[in-house]
Design a protein. Sequence first.
Length: 458
Amino acid sequence: MKIIIVGAGQVGGTLAENLVGENNEISLVDIDGEKLRELQDKMDLQVVTGQGCHPDVLKNAGAEDADMVIAVTSDDATNMITCQVCSSLFNTHKKIARIRSNQILKYSEQLFHKHHIPVDHVIAPEELVTRDIARLIDYPGALQVLEFSHGRVSLVAVKAYYGGLLVGHALSTLRDHIPNVDTRVAAIYRNGKPIRPLGTTVIEADDEVFFIAASIHIRAVMNELQKLEPAYKRIMIVGGGNIGAGLARILESNHQVKLIERSPERAAQLTSELDQTLVFNGDSSDIELLTEENIDQFDVFIAVTNDDEANIMSSLLAKKLGVRKTMVLIQRDAYIELVHGGAIDIAISPQQATISALLTHVRRGTIDNVYSLRGGAAEAIEIVAKGDEKSSKVVGRAIKNIKLPPGTTIGAIVRGSEVLIAHSNTLIVEEDHVILFLVNKRYICDVEKLFQVSATYF
């Protein structure tokens, strides 16, 4: 596939890195020539220096025969105009734009279609991150919560703790502990390295365990791996931007929410907009402010300003003062690695959320959902099985008879409204939504080929 990526920032660069090794022809466009040269030294791709929405620049990037353009600059207007130019002048088949402004997003249905602004898919990073944090609030103790098939199935990452019912026991005993719940462990990471989950695999304390189950059973399975945490009730949010304000709106009806915003004008605006959230103007790294607001009595401290250092430092301070859990928005990948496994409980990457949404639209075949995990090294995908026994390598076959790429696990199948946890004898039929976990994403092309139907299928 020939893809033009406009914008070589963290999202554009990471996306290029994800796609360049998958038999794609990538052209990367940006006004920063030095940044492009650095990326070209690391990856096999074409780079074009210039304004991404200019027709001649896009033509130099190969827009005349490109299959897709993905505009992910930091400027919404540039992203929209890029898609317009690619549609009007080059008839590009698929156009994706990152849009951050709520003032634009609230009119997306009227704006984004072929008769006005021809954007096929809009990626809104702030909305994605807000949704991800809200899921973590719903499942206390989870490190990640990923939903598939319209929320019927969830893939959840948790850390196994001393005292967990399953710690020190083999995975084969899981059914004995919760006989009425069907689940499957899709992956285990021990000391940062993946371990193939077998029935004989013994769960150890501090293992990071990815398990899949029907969403209604998630809490029951979590209870086997760690002491089930009480529900979060009192929440402090730092940062009144799109993410902080959006999160407060979602949570304030069922939680006690306080929000700290540094800007007096923004704090006053949020006070009038939010119904039940208490908004304070102040500095989240002010010990006196946090002490006065009884931070030690809060369940969660969520720092979502646009300043990584401020988020990290205020969260470390809140943890020291006694808050139960900290969640921190971090833009830089290097910082995420730095805080992993330390005093900060959960590091949230807007880049990974955005990359996951983009990959859903880029992957070939009938892929419905893609989640990029563990810094882009792993992926979880939902793919629809097509064809019949003659035209497909998976339809009509039991899982034990399907030759999966190394490190790939089929975790669950959604058949209509029914959730089937995958076992060796489970048969795949046409239109099944198959959920897979790939420890190594370099095998994604092999998975796509596995689910392709032959040319004779109609």
